[in-house]
Design a protein around this ligand. Structure first.
Ligand code: CTP
Length: 405
């Protein structure tokens, strides 16, 4: 899936060393399916050439309001009306001050002022020295810009090109991409708190061994990301997986089913939605050996006995909050066959209003999946799609089923 398919973006560059990151951002936009029109200030041209940005965007760059290529002589009108969004990355402290004042003496600030404010969002990726960032003038300007309907994409923290360390670095291209894509999603879960479990659990046998399963966590991470994109406050309780935390999501790492249960029960008290995508181990070894179990010459292999793990979804779905209708629970079913019957039976057994069924072995570790939705009204097969697209569909399905605000 291409997250920016069919979108036309104006990417504005202002003066700052972070211009080098704008090259990669431009490439990331194009890779996601967007068309990109780059506009650069004179200061930006000191840091990176228009030739580089032209090559990456596949379009000649605009640098002047007097550009004669536009037949009506009004690049500020044409460029701002073609755009689905205007992204200024890097956005210097000076450029913010100019936006606050509504200055219009060069093309980029001019087109920002001329943009149809209700239809074309303006997103800024600030980049500056930490003292400039912390200065009351910059903070005041940002507050004013937010009040004027501008989106500020935040900054990173760390080592800066000037040699100092602190806040004010431009976010990385992929962080910006994630935030910009998120800004375009409908805010179906604004004000809601969503709790998600993801990944496998690991049930230890001894300090070096344990049992787990093939769950990659991708579906749960995609659900957490989609819920965040939809405006929710998201907590993600993750078993051992090698995945990056979606931006803006609070992550709690756990190992065993019992640790996952503890984390979930603490968080579920505040949640409005619980989505259980984790492939929780059904059983754990009956005993844990504090010392590594050693192999002895001629001795029989150790006999493992198991005890059942708590059912996290069932415990939450039967809890007070869910029964009072204040927590909407969604289960997943990983089956190896007979999906429809198994998913329907599982929905009833777990006592959840909505269950998402999939064929586990076909989905584990993959980026795509095919799922079946089961609720009290019936069943719906969703066409095969990326886990990210399925997660967004699922979020919309959940949002449509929530009642009280
Ligand atoms: N689940 C859970 N805690 C468990 C087992 C499962 O929270 N101990 C949740 C999963 O996160 C999923 C749903 O219950 O949302 C169904 O999980 P699945 O493994 O498909 O079903 P099981 O309950 O394990 O049933 P079975 O092994 O019979 O298929």
């Amino acid at each position: 899936m291409s997250d920016l398919q069919g979108k036309h973006l104006v990417l504005g560059l202002t003066g700052g060393i972070a211009c080098y990151k704008a090259a990669e951002l431009c490439r990331a936009f194009v890779k996601e399916g967007a068309t990109v029109q780059v506009v650069m200030t004179e200061a930006a041209e000191r840091f990176i050439t228009p030739v580089t940005m032209q090559a990456l965007s596949g379009r000649p760059v605009y640098t002047s309001q007097w550009d004669a290529r536009e037949s009506n002589g009004m690049p500020h009108i044409n460029l701002s009306r073609e755009a689905d969004a205007i992204v200024i990355a890097p956005c210097s402290a000076d450029f913010m001050a100019r936006l606050v004042q509504g200055r219009a003496d060069e093309l980029l600030s001019l087109l920002c002022l001329a943009r149809p404010i209700d239809r074309v969002p303006l997103l800024l990726a600030p980049a500056m020295n930490r003292e400039m960032w912390a200065h009351p003038a910059t903070q005041r300007n940002m507050a004013q810009l937010v009040q004027d309907g501008t989106t500020i994409l935040g900054v990173g923290s760390g080592f800066q090109a000037c040699g100092e360390t602190g806040d004010g670095r431009m976010l990385g291209p992929h962080e910006l991409l994630e935030d910009i894509v998120a800004s375009m999603q409908p805010k179906l879960l604004r004000g809601r708190r969503v709790l998600v479990t993801a990944g496998p659990t690991f049930e230890a046998i001894d300090p070096v061994r344990g049992i787990t399963n093939h769950s990659s966590g991708k579906m749960g991470f995609a659900v957490a990301r989609a819920a965040r994109e939809a405006g929710a406050d998201v907590v993600l309780v993750a078993g051992p997986v090698a995945l990056a935390t979606p931006r803006g999501v609070r992550r709690i790492d756990v190992q065993s089913a019992r640790e996952m249960l503890d984390a979930v029960q603490a968080e579920a008290m505040q949640a409005d939605v619980f989505v259980a995508t984790a492939a929780v181990a059904d059983w754990r070894p009956a005993s844990f050996s504090a010392d590594k179990i050693k192999k002895a010459e001629g001795a029989a292999p150790p006999a493992l006995a198991f005890v059942e793990n708590p059912d996290i979804l069932q415990a939450v779905a039967q809890g007070e909050r869910a029964r009072a209708g204040r927590l909407f629970c969604v289960g997943f079913a990983a089956e190896s066959g007979d999906l429809l019957a198994n998913a329907q039976a599982k929905r009833a057994r777990k006592g959840v209003p909505l269950l998402v069924g999939n064929i586990g072995p076909a989905a584990f570790g993959q980026d795509h999946n095919e799922v079946l939705l089961v609720d009290a009204q019936g069943t719906w097969q969703l066409p095969r799609a990326s886990k990210r697209a399925l997660a967004r569909t699922l979020v919309a399905e959940i949002a449509g089923r929530l009642t009280n605000p």
